[in-house]
Design a protein around this ligand. Sequence first.
Ligand code: FAD
Length: 397
Amino acid sequence: MSHTFDVLVVGAGIFGVTAALSLQTRGYQVALLDPGPLPHPLAASTDISKVIRMEYGPDETYMEMAEKAREGWLAWNEQFDTPLYHETGVTMLTRSPMSPGGFEYESYHMLLRRGHTPERLNADEIIRRFPAWKPGAFVDGFYHAKGGFAESGRVISALVKMAETSGVRLFAGETVEELREENGRITGLLTRTGNQFSAAHTILAAGAWTWVILPELTPVMRTTGHPVFHLKPTRPELFTPPHFVVFTADISHSGWYGFPHHPREGVVKIANHGVGVRLHPEHDERIVTAEDEHQLRTFLADTFPALIDAPIVYTRRCLYCDSLDEHFWITQHPYKQGLTIATAGSGHGFKFGPVLGDLIADAVEGHSNSWLPKFAWRHLEADTTGEEASRFHGAHD
Ligand SMILES: Cc1cc2nc3c(=O)[nH]c(=O)nc-3n(C[C@H](O)[C@H](O)[C@H](O)COP(=O)(O)OP(=O)(O)OC[C@H]3O[C@@H](n4cnc5c(N)ncnc54)[C@H](O)[C@@H]3O)c2cc1C
């Protein structure tokens, strides 16, 4: 069977579904392909929660994008059947005083410079306002009210519905096998079911699977797996806003961050944003190990005494599509016409959902957009110094 559209979008995670929605709104007939069901259970976008915040250390572009995205989240809340973005505020705490060059310090001062009002916290203030934290373990940091979490899996479901209502043709059940190229132009694709799709433009937004479909991306991006834990607290009131909000716990040194007691799921989710484990998205198992759990328990003992023995009711190793510099890859292919790559969320892409669609559509249409140069096709080399072993030079999540 063959189908013809103006634009084909491969992958219905947050990058793909927002791109499909924006391009359909701009008047293109769009097809959205994904193996499904949607939200896809193995997709990075599919989860009970993702952090939505503005803090990006010294990186002003990401903060500017996050400011705009926050307005979008508030607008989507009006459109969704039920609000899926919960603006609980965010606490970013440190075990030693914040200092110049540190992620928390630079974020705090960038917020002030851009007119926001983060509230600095010392050890006493932390315990007074957020009593679940271990007294004296964290001595500095801040609370910022403009941030929180989004119920990401439900957001994808709502956006897929919005896309279909706007006229996007959804092909759940279709796995793209290969792109069709004629004389240096991508003219369409072939799926595992043997169906052929043709279009003037194709967008590759397959998350951690993107380099599998387009192997020439392998030198500049990779798939890494990261542990996620859901805990059942015996005292949920201690982990409920305003007494407990989205947090990062000395993240530049530890990688640990998490969420308040989930309003629907009744769990506290904690995850680690570290180097992760290199994995193949289709061939390798995605397991959380006993060592991962041991590291979690060590962290809890040092941070949240009331969670030390909390049962773990669910674990997941979720996959990032990591570019080597951890910046997104949103760009037309430099020498294959008719193809745009929209991927490499690198563990921090979901929060930008409300601005991603137009950003990708601008890339497809070749419109100038002040944010796009950051995500352009670029030459990257794997770091052989080993410094790469830590990703917290920017501490994105
Ligand atoms: C553990 C973890 C925690 C995170 N926490 C945060 C956070 O707190 N805040 C934040 O902003 N970001 C966070 N992120 C990052 C964020 O989730 C991702 O950047 C974002 O969801 C990536 O979206 P995507 O659309 O690129 O990929 P995905 O959501 O993975 O979607 C890709 C889609 O492509 C489809 N696909 C794959 N292969 C094919 C094929 N051959 N044909 C057709 N379709 C295909 C898949 O089925 C899938 O639906 C986190 C990620 C992980 C893994």
